[in-house]
Design a binder for this molecule. Structure first.
Ligand code: 5RP
Ligand code: CO
Length: 216
């Protein structure tokens, strides 16, 4: 599987969001972080932003829901234009049923785990998902430090995917930069959410290419 770069626009200059997204057009996806102020202690944005992003880019939208009651809200993010909708395992009432609903709507279904959530319960259900997101920081804020003790879960998911020859992406999200990306890659990640390391660079368009080079 070719490694994918999914820039998180959380820490971009949202007053110039269309320009920021244009700058990362050589990436593979746009990662949109939805936070509800309950599942995480921060509030970001919702359906209208996904619709707005869909209106200014051809890149597939990868929506990361850090919200309570994803069973109720996640389908709206497919309708809004997301290609991938990832919800948190900890927040969902019926995660398998929700994943099936998202797929039936034509989207890819992703499941995310906080750093402290064990991976074992999802290993028996990997066929139900297109993407597993292993959080490498506590969800809620951009610009945090990468937690290397989460990489054991990346290895465990990747091993299970390989053993069963499944087509499931392993995404890491949080604190990924030019140094930490090597550890995540070695552990088996193939989809890299990169936020502040891209948007704090002098030229994010050049930085995307630098990450592409590292992953090649
Ligand atoms: O889900 C997230 C935070 O909960 C963001 O996607 C993540 O933090 C990306 O930003 P950075 O690369 O700056 O850590
Ligand atoms: Co995210």
């Amino acid at each position: 599987m070719n490694a994918k770069i999914s820039p998180s626009i959380l820490n971009s200059d949202i007053a110039h969001l269309a320009d920021e997204i244009e700058a990362i057009s050589a990436a593979d996806r746009v990662h949109v972080d939805v936070m509800d102020g309950h599942f995480v202690p921060n509030l970001s944005w919702g359906v209208p932003i996904v619709q707005a992003v869909a209106g200014v880019t051809e890149l597939p939208i990868d929506t990361h829901l850090m919200i309570e009651a994803p069973d109720r809200w996640a389908p709206d993010y497919v309708t809004a234009g997301s290609t991938v909708v990832t919800f948190h395992w900890e927040a969902a009432t019926a995660p398998i049923r929700l994943a099936r609903e998202l797929r039936n709507m034509g989207a890819k279904a992703g499941v995310a785990l906080r750093p402290g959530t064990p991976v074992e319960p999802i290993l028996d259900h990997l066929e139900e998902f297109d993407l597993v997101l292993i959080m490498t920081v506590e969800p809620g804020f951009g610009g945090q430090k990468f937690l290397p003790n989460t990489l054991g879960k990346v290895r465990a998911v990747k091993n299970a995917i390989r053993e069963r020859n499944l087509d499931v992406e392993v995404q890491v999200d949080g604190g990924v930069n030019r140094e930490t990306i090597h550890e995540a890659l070695a552990a088996g990640a193939d989809n890299f959410v990169i936020g502040s390391a891209l948007f704090s660079a002098e030229d994010p368009s050049v930085e995307v290419l630098a990450f592409r080079e590292i992953l090649s």
